[in-house]
Design a protein around this ligand. Structure first.
Ligand SMILES: [Fe+2]
Ligand SMILES: [Fe+2]
Length: 190
C-alpha cells in the first residue's frame, strides 16, 4: 500500500522539474508543451490533495493550531488556480509569459516547501502509518480515475468541467466530506 506522504512528495519532484524546465526553455512550442504537462500534473495533484489528504488533515487537526496549515495551503492552491489560466493564456513568446512562469515556479516551490517541512511533519504526528497508507490507497484510486479522464478525448472535456465544479463546490460540502473521512477513521480506531 502506498503511503500518502511518499506519493505526494513524488508528485512534488515532478512538478518542480517541469517548472524548472519551463523557466529554462525559450522555444514557444516547448513552452506550450511544458505548460500542458504542468496543467495535467498540478490539477491531478491538487485534486487528490483537496479531496483526500487535506480534508483528512483538517479533520484530525481541527481543535489545534495545526489546522491553520490546512487553511493556508488551501489558499495557496487557490492562488495557483488563478495564475494557471493566465499562464495558459499568455503568448509563449512574450516577457509576460516568462514572468508568469517565474511566479508559478516560486509559488509552487514555496507551497511544496511548506507542505513538506510543516504540514507533512504534522501529519506524521497525527496519523498512524496504517492511516497514511489508507489515505494513499484512496489517493491512488482517485488518481487512476482522474488520469483516465485526462487520457480520454471523450472524457477530457467532462474532466475540465468537473475541475471547475470541484473548485466552486461550497466549503460546506467539502467540510462534510472531511468530517466523513475523520469519522470513519475514528470508528476504525475504536
Ligand atoms: Fe498542495
Ligand atoms: Fe502538494
Amino acid at each position: 500500500m502506498p503511503n500518502a506522504i511518499t506519493m505526494l512528495k513524488a508528485d512534488h519532484v515532478v512538478l518542480k522539474r517541469i517548472l524548472k524546465q519551463l523557466n529554462e526553455v525559450t522555444a514557444p512550442k516547448q513552452r506550450e508543451r511544458l505548460v500542458a504537462q504542468f496543467e495535467k500534473a498540478i490539477k491531478t495533484h491538487a485534486q487528490i490533495e483537496e479531496e483526500v489528504f487535506y480534508p483528512a488533515f483538517k479533520a484530525r487537526t481541527e481543535k489545534t493550531d495545526d489546522v491553520d496549515m490546512f487553511y493556508e495551503a488551501a489558499e495557496e492552491h487557490h492562488v495557483v488556480d488563478m495564475v494557471l489560466p493566465a499562464l495558459k493564456a499568455a503568448n509563449p513568446k512574450s516577457p509576460e509569459f516568462e514572468a508568469k512562469a517565474k511566479v508559478m515556479k516560486d509559488l509552487i516551490e514555496h507551497h511544496v516547501k511548506e507542505e513538506e517541512t510543516e504540514m507533512f511533519v504534522a501529519a506524521r504526528k497525527v496519523f498512524e502509518d496504517k492511516q497514511l497508507r489508507e489515505l494513499g490507497n484512496l489517493m491512488a484510486e482517485r488518481r487512476e480515475t482522474i488520469e483516465a479522464m485526462w487520457e480520454s478525448p471523450v472524457l477530457r472535456p467532462v474532466k475540465k468541467l468537473q475541475g471547475v465544479a470541484h473548485k466552486i463546490l461550497p466549503t460546506k460540502v467539502k467540510t462534510a466530506k472531511a468530517t466523513a473521512i475523520a469519522k470513519a477513521m475514528e470508528m476504525e480506531e475504536r
